[in-house]
Design a binder for this molecule. Structure first.
Ligand code: NAP
Ligand code: F7E
Length: 363
């Protein structure tokens, strides 16, 4: 294989001609050692995803690859690799070790990859764990955002940055439905950490003129959701019970209501936010809310079972402070981004149960 050597670049275009910090029609000229000139189009966009091994990271990587991005993922070191969600695309993405807790590792990573877009999805994302490890949750989920923003400021202030903010910031809601203007009242250390992450993103946008967007996403689920979250806990249990592998499902608050959407639809919104002329904040939600009980009803009845015969309430799953009901108003995203969700609530529940049935039957 020929070794390519960088020999020059066309004149830098004016900012108005630039796309995501890249000249719209520029090309980097590379010459194979002693060979013919090749022009590689510089319109190939390079994105870095933190949290690429998570639910959203894996769907976002799928989407960006479809759009011909060069995709890089940040993964933290662990004694065993946990690449299940990205197993189908590890040959198409480049993974780099770094950690949200380690400033230098983030700076080095940005210098090495030089992405035009960064999607900051890494976080301690399970709400109950945030009461058990509140300080660590703050380190990852709150200060991790500042570490990333400072690295951007240092390495390349033209980077477009997406912060994964959350409807958990609304907590004990002050109005319904919740919009970008609804004040926050978080109810868990996780929600508090996300509120910090949101405001530091807004602050760096205003202080340093960074392109830093905050997506306030309501719950979004999929067959790739972690099994500790209630939707996947239910779909997995339904599959197990249907196949005779389990008898009972123990849950906490059945009355809690969430505005549940499909993760595949929500990562589309993340990408759209970074293609705008200016960075902003957007609520991403379906506008419908359903209870945990309703989720159970649909999931069990999809396989011909009566949920009341299998679900037991277990107080150990109740939270010290609960978010009772969330419902988002995503009018701004629909108007400005042209985004709308495609999957209905019923279709989402059925998709998750079907996927778990298939997985459990195979294993
Ligand atoms: P997830 O499945 O729990 O994934 C979290 C990711 O963060 C994993 O890849 C995890 O890596 C990584 N991570 C955690 N700590 C890290 C650290 N110190 N350094 C580097 N990586 C670290 O979460 P998700 O559902 O995809 O959510 C993505 C983001 O959106 C999160 O920030 C979440 O808080 C936020 N959010 C989610 C929802 C939702 O409904 N899904 C709604 C609003 C906001 P490991 O594989 O090593 O654990
Ligand atoms: O709980 C109730 C529970 O853990 C949903 C994260 O992605 O979305 C997620 O946070 C509701 C709560 O998600 C069980 O009390 C009842 O009211 O699936 P969950 P979450 O806490 O809403 C937001 C937007 C994020 O940002 C987070 O990262 O369901 N519930 N029984 C239960 N929840 C769980 N986990 N387990 C139960 O047995």
């Amino acid at each position: 294989m020929a070794t390519l050597r960088y020999i020059g670049k066309r004149k830098r275009s004016r900012p108005s001609e630039r796309l995501n910090g890249l000249p719209a029609n520029d090309s980097t000229i590379l010459r194979p050692a002693g060979g013919v000139l090749h022009c590689l189009p510089m319109t190939i966009r390079r994105a870095l995803i933190t949290g690429i091994t998570g639910q959203d990271g894996s769907y976002l990587a799928d989407l960006l690859l479809e759009k011909d991005y060069e995709v890089h993922g940040m993964v933290r070191r662990s004694s065993t690799e946990n690449f299940e969600r990205i197993a189908h695309l590890t040959h198409r993405v480049t993974l780099h070790q770094a950690d949200l807790l380690d400033q230098l590792s983030i700076v080095d990573l940005l210098k090495k990859v030089r992405p035009q877009e960064i999607y900051n999805l890494a976080a301690q994302s399970f709400v109950p764990t945030s009461w058990v490890q509140p300080v660590l949750t703050g380190e990852f989920t709150a200060l991790g955002v500042t570490r990333m923003l400072d690295a951007i400021r240092l390495v390349d202030p033209e980077v477009r940055f997406y912060q994964a903010s959350s409807s958990e910031m609304f907590g004990k809601v002050l109005e319904t439905p919740q919009t970008e203007k609804t004040p926050f009242y978080p109810r868990s250390p996780y929600g508090v950490a996300k509120a910090y992450g949101h405001f530091i993103t807004v602050n760096y946008r205003e202080s340093y003129n960074l392109f830093a967007a905050s997506g306030i996403l309501f719950n979004h689920e999929s067959p790739r959701r972690g099994k500790e979250f209630v939707t996947r806990k239910i779909s997995h249990a339904v599959a197990q019970i249907k196949l005779g592998l389990a008898k009972e499902l123990r849950l906490g608050n059945l009355d809690a209501e969430r505005d549940w959407g499909y993760a595949g639809d929500y990562v589309r919104a993340m990408w759209m936010m970074l293609q705008q002329p200016k960075a902003d904040d957007f609520v991403i939600a379906t506008g419908e809310s359903h209870s945990v009980r309703q989720f159970c009803e649909i999931a069990f009845s999809h396989v011909g079972l009566d949920w009341r015969k299998h679900v037991a309430v277990d107080e150990t799953f109740l939270r010290p402070a609960e978010v009772e009901k969330l419902r988002g108003d995503s009018s701004k995203a629909r108007r400005v981004l042209g985004w709308k969700p495609e999957a209905s609530f019923d279709a989402l529940v059925r998709m998750m149960v079907d996927a778990d049935l298939k997985r459990c039957a195979h294993s």
